[in-house]
Design a protein around this ligand. Structure first.
Ligand code: ZN
Length: 111
């Protein structure tokens, strides 16, 4: 007399976010991420979202640090080149091609 085990329920007009099956009042599994047809689908989706978040939070500070490092590296290289050029101009003032550049660089650096 009891039900045949599998209840069909009323079609809710929604689809499972994990497997895209139609959601019915019999199989609806609600979650913060949406509705799913079963606990299994809900868990799969939650695991997927959590892993995506983990990967993102792992990647973001790393790439930021790398961008910052690259930027600082470039600035340091440019500064070293400018200082080297200024020193070179002071040590060897009779290089005609350099003198103009060296003068402006030394003006810029205040040497
Ligand atoms: Zn599903």
């Amino acid at each position: 007399m009891a039900g045949s085990g599998k209840r069909t329920g009323i079609d809710m007009g929604m689809r499972c976010k994990q497997c895209n099956q139609p959601i019915t009042s019999g199989n609806i599994t609600d979650s913060a991420f949406g509705v799913f047809c079963s606990e299994g689908c809900k868990e799969k989706y939650e695991t997927f979202v959590q892993r995506a978040h983990q990967l993102e939070s792992m990647r973001r500070p790393f790439s930021l640090a790398r961008t910052l490092k690259t930027f600082i590296g470039k600035v340091i290289v440019i500064l070293i080149l400018l200082v080297a050029l200024g020193v070179l101009g002071t040590v060897m003032p009779d290089i005609p091609i350099l003198s103009d550049i060296v003068r402006s660089v030394r003006d810029f650096l205040g040497i």
